[in-house]
Design a protein around this ligand. Structure first.
Ligand SMILES: NC(=O)c1ccc[n+]([C@@H]2O[C@H](COP(=O)([O-])OP(=O)(O)OC[C@H]3O[C@@H](n4cnc5c(N)ncnc54)[C@H](OP(=O)(O)O)[C@@H]3O)[C@@H](O)[C@H]2O)c1
Length: 293
């Protein structure tokens, strides 16, 4: 379980920030404030998004909340070619966000760093002592890499949605739960593309419970799978719809029908965690041209 510094449990729905645009800063800040006003107290912060300008939007939002009431997870991301770049990125976050501590520092993907994963692990442990960040996280690790960091990983961010169950197939989600590592899914709605497929299993549940397809998907992941999810939305109606997904229960049989769901096209993709030739990196799997895009 993760907590904010003020002692509140971190919300199971976190704020995703990919595609948040500085050009719409007022609208974006309003959406972030709306999320927070509804009890969402966790935000992903990624230097690489929109050439760093998403940070300006987040910095403005952070001025409106008490620092200890929000869980900030800052990502070591693209542009990390040498070991010293890790510390540089941490300092950029401190400067741009004007924060004195981080709740978590997470590696975006072992595939984007220009040096060995083991070197990263050594350095992040050193930096944790120096900058006193409260938790260490990783994203897009293989099951073998997860084993290597089991002694200190508090947070894992991984792909999970109805059509992409790789992290379940490899037992990474189970391993996180056993290890007391919080698992948060990215692209839980596959950027609204899962709903657009109108899968009969999802449509029938939406009709049965008088909910939207996205509400069925969110409810299944958070309430039944017991995982956290990150959802990006700049639209207050969508945020309201998504948060209201947690106000109902489905029957065991209905949850099971989603557990059993497979998409054969995604299942046959060859997936890699580093940069293996002829394979698709795990974080890009949901963007493959499959189904209605
Ligand atoms: N660790 C990694 O490698 C990694 C990779 C990808 C993403 N992430 C993180 O995970 C977050 C979530 O993933 P994501 O943003 O890619 O995908 P997502 O949250 O599944 O989908 C976001 C998209 O869905 C739309 N949306 C949200 N709620 C909706 C609703 N109720 N009805 C219709 N459309 C809705 C949003 O548009 P509106 O703004 O119009 O609502 C947005 O375009 C990212 O923002 C990022 O922070 C991490």
């Amino acid at each position: 379980m993760l907590y904010t510094k003020s002692g509140n449990a971190v919300s199971k729905i976190g704020i995703g920030t990919w595609t948040i645009k500085k050009e719409n800063i007022d609208k974006e800040v309003e959406a972030l404030k709306y999320y927070f006003s509804k009890g969402v107290n966790y935000i992903d912060v990624v230097l690489a998004y929109d050439n760093g300008t998403t940070l300006d939007v987040i910095a403005k939002f952070l001025k409106s909340v008490k620092r200890e009431d929000i869980f900030i997870n800052a990502f070591i991301t693209h542009g990390c070619q040498q070991i010293s770049d890790i510390e540089k990125q941490i300092n950029t976050y401190i400067e741009k966000l004007e924060v004195s501590y981080f709740d978590c520092i997470t590696l975006h993907s072992p595939a984007i760093i220009g040096f060995d994963f083991k070197e990263y692990v050594k350095e992040i442990k050193r930096l944790q002592k120096k900058y006193k960040f409260l938790n260490i996280g990783y994203s897009n690790l293989s099951p073998e890499m997860f084993e290597q960091v089991k002694d200190h990983i508090a947070y894992f961010e991984g792909l999970y949605n109805l059509e992409n169950k790789i992290n379940e197939d490899t037992d990474v989600i189970k391993a996180c739960q056993k290890n007391n590592t919080a698992f948060y899914a990215f692209q839980p709605l596959r950027r609204n593309r899962t709903a657009k497929q109108n899968y009969k299993e999802v449509v029938s549940l939406a009709n049965k419970y008088s909910k939207t397809q996205n509400q069925i998907l969110i409810n299944w992941m958070v309430k039944h799978k017991n995982i956290g999810i990150l959802i990006k939305s700049s639209n207050k109606d969508h945020i309201k719809e998504n948060l209201e997904s947690l106000n109902f229960e489905m029957s065991k049989a209905d949850y099971k029908s989603l557990d059993k769901f497979r998409n054969a096209e995604f299942d046959k993709l060859k997936v890699s965690y580093l940069n293996e030739e002829g394979a698709i990196r795990i974080e890009t799997v949901p963007n493959q041209p499959i189904g209605i895009l």
